[in-house]
Design a protein around this ligand. Sequence first.
Ligand code: ADE
Ligand code: ZN
Length: 322
Amino acid sequence: MSFSPKIELHLHLEGAAPPDFVRRLADEKRVNLSRVFDERGAYSYKDFEGFLRTYEAATQVLRTPEDYARLTREVLERSRDQGVIYTEIFLSPDFCGGRDLSAWREYLGAIEEAASAVDGIAMRGIVTCIRHFGPDKARQTARCAAETAGAFVTGFGMGGNEAMGTARDFAWAFDCAREAGLGLTSHAGEFGRPASVRDTLDHLRVSRVGHGVRAIEDPALVERLAREGIVLEVCPGSNVALGLYAKIEAHPVERLLAAGVDITVSTDDPPFFHTTMRDEYDALERVFGWGEDHFRVINQTAARAAFCDAATREDLLKRLEP
Ligand code: ADE
Ligand code: ZN
């Protein structure tokens, strides 16, 4: 059984690039990516920081708006084939013109046009700063987000290495995005401790948290998440692949859900983690016995938490009715 239709809220555009796609671009542009792949042709990394390095190395082949248009088509077609009808994708001005606003507009235009040409799946963009690039670059990224906020760019977020700085260092960027009317989410409680989630809620005032799973280590924080209706973008396969949990059986998603936390399920960077949306759902069914009712609830939660307009939300909720 794989429940459809699905809503995915946490997917990085570059992180969703299949290895073959990246190799094809590398061949075309004569870029040497030998460190990026292992001997079997899969993305190569040993730990979280190694993953971030490989991820950034692979982006070297993504040089033009047309490259991003091709990537967007590839990623959306794959998501649609997994039964995804609505997806929010993290877009990074850092890789799309180095946070220069006019270059960013060109990349974004190409991405949006490509997205509108793929039938059967709707996409919104979450402009994302990269934490380990530091607060100054995050501010520039937030300006790019604010200047292009609208029907397609509907959110602002932060990924990258959670060990870099504190949430408060990024408050200006999130304030700027909030004032532009963008929905807010930030990675936290992935490799950072529960205090990182608490700081993220206090200083960045997000409605959603990327991962957030380590909140399980602090019962008072779990209670707060449930009470405040904070939505977690949980990516179980990502957490296992990056070594946060030894196996899915040890993942806290079931305990968080049982504690009343609003849970959604996504893939994060599927080819890096050898996963797909169907794989995630299948694992949750196999390990935790989740059935149709569970999957309907997590997708309804995703529809309610989506950074989209009211008509789109209504349409998504209607399509999730039994
Ligand atoms: N960027 C892409 N994937 C990420 C992850 N799992 N955590 C932090 N930053 C990321
Ligand atoms: Zn992520």
